[in-house]
Each structure stands twice: as structure tokens, then as C-alpha cells.
Design a binder for this molecule. Structure first.
Ligand code: MF3
Ligand code: CO
Ligand code: CO
Length: 265
């Protein structure tokens, strides 16, 4: 399938939805603490999204039962909010997707609860930097394989692995559009990027092996097979004349932890 090119007007409409998602994620960071449940996070995201007269895209998406994905420790992605309590030392990815006036904005971050272990800090920092390096590959004429190669080379050099079973995606009037944006692969392969293409980059990085399994009971929760920690960050981007524009760029720093020195632009 062909990759859509968005007009400048469509990009601006997408940016509005993306900025809403970014603001909701910032709000989550301000409220997160040990003792909260993942349902509490769901309530924060649901209410903040409704207040904006937007819709939380995960809710009822292919049967997903909640308004946000919350993925703790060995959960790679698509964790379902519930009565799980956040504990000191946990890492948790919160993935917010906001539908506003027909456009989807998608962004996520991994947060530290209390004091992280050395492994938790490593996998989280490698995931964060992997996203940054992937975004740095985006420009007119570059190949989608360049993004995957940059991420895989870096993450594996740090002793981590890159999840294969979930990918980034085109985004716009649909939650998931072409292309599939792999977070592994070879430079010089894949389609060439064109001005006006809009897609997410969202590497999932494991401290152990890359294999994942889906929970057979809920059919959503993806966990590492070896039980190792997994972290993820996600932005929605557009290819521009000058390179790349991060549509989910945060209007103020994200509080990654109750430790005030751990903030992220
Ligand atoms: N936000 C996820 C992504 O980055 C998709 C979540 S689908 C859901 O693509 F149904 F689990 F919400
Ligand atoms: Co996404
Ligand atoms: Co997402």
C-alpha cells in the first residue's frame, strides 16, 4: 500500500491532536507515584482527554477495554489498566493516543516509580536514546530501513535487544496506516521518505532477549518471554523540507520520576 502524503493543512490538524496527547502524557508524569493503580492512570488520561473534547483512541479499538496502555516492567506494550499497584522500583510505559477532529496523535514514555535499579535505568535510557537516534535519521530521501538500523545498532551495542513483533506506523486520519516502521533492519532498505509523510517511531527495548508473548487470557498484554525488563518511548513525526518535525514535541519538560532532576525535554 502507498504511504499517504499529508498536505500542510492536514499536518497542522495532526499536530493539534499530537500536542493534546503530549500534554496528557505530561499530566500523567506530574501525578504518577508509588501506591497508585494503573486504573488511576486510566482515569487521569480518560478525564483529561474528554475535557479537551477529544477521544482516547485505545478505548474500544479492536476491543481494547481502556483509554490508555500501561505497561509495567516485563510488559512490552498494550498493558491493560486495572488494579495493579505501582511499587517502588517499577518502570511503567504510558502510551497516550488522542483522537481530535478526525486526527490521531500518538506518544508514550517510560517513567520511574521511586528509585530505579541499575537495569531499569539502563533499559529505559537505551529506549529513550534509541528513539532520538531513530528520529535523527528522518529526512527527505532517507530510507525507512535507516531508522531501524540506527536503533538496532545502538540498542544492541548497549547489550539490549529490540522487539520485532511490534512496529511504528503511519498515522493521520487512521490510528495505524502504512508504512510499518521497523526498529531493526538494514540501512539503504525500505521505502524512501517524502515530505509530508507522518508516522510514529516507538522502539521497544528489552534488557534480555527480544522475544515477546501475548497473554492468552486478555489477548493484549505483551510480555518478554524471558521475564526481563522492557522500556519504550514514542513520538509522532512528519518529514519536512529541512528534515523532521516532532509533532508530539513536548511544550514543557516531562517528569520521568519523582526525582526532580529526572526530567525530559
Ligand atoms: N498506542 C499504541 C501504538 O503506539 C497502540 C495501542 S492499541 C490499543 O501504536 F488498542 F492497545 F490501545
Ligand atoms: Co504508535
Ligand atoms: Co502509542
Amino acid at each position: 500500500m502507498a504511504i499517504e502524503i499529508k498536505s500542510p493543512k492536514e499536518v497542522e490538524a495532526l499536530r493539534v491532536a499530537c500536542q493534546m496527547a503530549a500534554e496528557t502524557l505530561i499530566l500523567v508524569g506530574e501525578k504518577l507515584r508509588a501506591g497508585m493503580t494503573t486504573d488511576d492512570i486510566n482515569t487521569i488520561v480518560h478525564e483529561d482527554t474528554m475535557r479537551r473534547e477529544a477521544y482516547p483512541a485505545p478505548l474500544k479499538y479492536r476491543g481494547f477495554p481502556k483509554s490508555v496502555c500501561t505497561s509495567i516492567n516485563d510488559v512490552v506494550c498494550h498493558g491493560i489498566p486495572g488494579n495493579a499497584v505501582l511499587r517502588d522500583g517499577d518502570i511503567i510505559n504510558v502510551d497516550v493516543t488522542t483522537l481530535y477532529k478526525g486526527f490521531y496523535g500518538d506518544t508514550s514514555a517510560t517513567f520511574y516509580i521511586g528509585t530505579p535499579s541499575a537495569e531499569a535505568r539502563l533499559v529505559t535510557e537505551v529506549a529513550r536514546k534509541s528513539l532520538e537516534l531513530g528520529i535523527a535519521e528522518v529526512r527527505e530521501g532517507a530510507r525507512f530501513g535507516d531508522i531501524g538500523a540506527a536503533i538496532q545498532e545502538y540498542a544492541e551495542a548497549q547489550g539490549c535487544s529490540v522487539v520485532r513483533d511490534f512496529v511504528g506506523h503511519g498515522i493521520g486520519r487512521k490510528f495505524h496506516e502504512d508504512p510499518q516502521v521497523k526498529h531493526y533492519g538494514k540501512r539503504g532498505t525500505g521505502e524512501r521518505m517524502k515530505v509530508g509523510m507522518t508516522f510514529t517511531i516507538e522502539p521497544m527495548v528489552n534488557i534480555g532477549k527480544f522475544e515477546v508473548k501475548i497473554d492468552p487470557k486478555d489477548k493484549w498484554t505483551a510480555r518478554t518471554v524471558d521475564g526481563s525488563l522492557s522500556a519504550q518511548f514514542e513520538h509522532t513525526v512528519v518529514v519536512t523540507k529541512d528534515g523532521v518535525d516532532i509533532l508530539t514535541k513536548r511544550p514543557k519538560p516531562l517528569r520521568l520520576s519523582e526525582n526532580v532532576s529526572l526530567v525530559l525535554a
